[in-house]
Design a protein. Structure first.
Length: 432
């Protein structure tokens, strides 16, 4: 297991700077973190000289450590997130070994989680979803293990990672622990005290504007209306979940998935979280990430008594045939959206390889290591194209040779504009 996690650590960290900062979110989060590192003000989230209250401070603090450490380029905001992911995987394995009383199942759950498309992808970018998923799931595991004080601390960190959503996702756990509620009063207060380290001073400093933007607009508003323009149908997360756990998707189709006492807590967390996010008016794919570790546990428990385990593993391995298509589709999807990017091909070689994998019926460890190799290939193949299509870095390299007064932004996407502002470390004016 140590060798597998070492290989995963290398996979998660080796090429974080092969593509520039991408999406509208990553340049904004990284810019706020850099300002915190430069100014020494760890309370105020300042985006290009203006307060920005959409998210709490923990992800900024993590990235700011990267900037403080003098890491080069994109490593500064991304490496701390990747390291949090790797550290969580170690904890996930250790905690499940004790909780499930089965090292084999703990290994399987960790390998599944570490090699899912979602966990891998969100460990590569400087956004808030991974810190929330790690702290929230760690809180759940500590609570189930009876480590109440640690669960309290992790609750506070989860609230600092992405706000009140952590408390909502914990409702099934509160129900499970309802008969022990008196023993949870002080640990819960500890969690609130940890969260108060940032929430209290930022509220004192900014008052009503912070409350209106952070709580009313970006918490209740996101759930109740589509003013933020992320509206999606109720069933949106069904295909998202199927893609999120790639290549382990075949394991999801089993009537035995939710059976057993050990599966109950994780089942309730997944079902409640899935329902909550589906009811929300605003939906983004990353919202589902905190549920993926619990899904990985359910899939590992499913494998314990699976009748056709080898054939299931063969089917999972066979899905890797779609990675060459992903290498073509994903960069276009990041740039223009998934609907405009659904093209790609599978060569006869990959089709033959898929049949060999299916007939070979490999075990889970072989499939996991094969997935690590394929994801490494995908990352190496895809990153330059992502950089070219979806990052502002190539354009900034052309612009930075110009005098500062001549640097301006033409008609570009929001992602590219924010990326240019990040690389310029200021708000660039529009070109006349």
């Amino acid at each position: 297991m140590a060798f597998a996690l070492l290989a995963i650590t290398i996979l998660y960290t080796w090429s974080l700077n092969r593509s520039g900062i991408i999406t509208p979110d990553e340049p904004r989060y990284a810019a706020i973190a850099r300002h915190m590192a430069d100014s020494g003000d760890w309370i105020s989230p300042i985006l290009w000289e203006e307060p920005w209250f959409e998210k709490p401070a923990l992800p900024y603090w993590l990235m700011a450590v990267g900037f403080k450490s003098g890491l080069p380029g994109e490593f500064a905001p991304r490496l701390p997130i990747a390291l949090v992911s790797v550290a969580f995987l170690w904890f996930f394995y250790a905690a499940l070994t004790k909780l499930l009383d089965s090292e084999e199942t703990a290994i399987n759950a960790t390998l599944i989680l570490a090699t899912t498309a979602y966990w891998f992808a969100f460990s590569q970018v400087a956004v808030t979803d991974l810190p929330l998923a790690a702290t929230f799931t760690a809180c759940v595991l500590c609570a189930l293990l009876g480590k109440r004080w640690w669960a309290g601390v992790l609750l506070g960190l989860a609230l600092l990672a992405k706000g009140l959503v952590a408390g909502v996702l914990l409702l099934p756990l509160i129900w499970i622990m309802r008969r022990e509620w008196k023993q949870w009063i002080l640990p819960s207060l500890l969690g609130l005290a940890v969260a108060a380290v940032w929430y209290v001073p930022v509220t004192i400093r900014y008052g009503k504007p912070f409350i209106e933007v952070f709580f009313i607009q970006h918490h209740f508003g996101r759930f109740l209306n589509t003013a933020l323009e992320h509206g999606q149908p109720f069933w949106f997360y069904i295909p998202v979940l199927l893609g999120a756990i790639f290549p382990w998707t075949p394991l999801l189709f089993s009537r035995d998935l939710f059976r057993g006492e050990r599966a109950r807590s994780f089942m309730l967390i997944v079902l409640w979280g899935f329902l909550f996010f589906s009811l929300s008016k605003n939906k983004l794919p990353g919202y589902l990430l905190p549920l993926v570790p619990s899904v990985a546990v359910l899939l590992a428990l499913r494998l314990e008594h699976a009748k056709y385990k080898n054939w299931l593993m063969g089917l999972c391995a066979m899905l890797l045939v779609f990675l060459p298509m992903a290498a073509e589709v994903v960069p276009k999807a990041i740039d223009a959206g998934l609907r405009k990017s659904m093209s790609g091909s599978i060569s006869p070689f990959w089709g033959m390889a898929a049949m060999v994998l299916l007939l070979a019926r490999p075990g889970i460890r072989k499939v996991a290591m094969l997935t690590v190799i394929c994801l490494g290939w995908l990352q190496w193949r895809m990153s330059p194209e992502v950089d070219r299509l979806a990052s502002a870095r190539p354009l900034w390299k052309q612009m930075e040779s110009k005098p500062k007064a001549a640097q301006c932004v033409g008609r570009v996407s929001r992602s590219i504009r924010y990326g240019l502002n990040y690389y310029a470390n200021r708000t660039l004016p529009d070109c006349e």
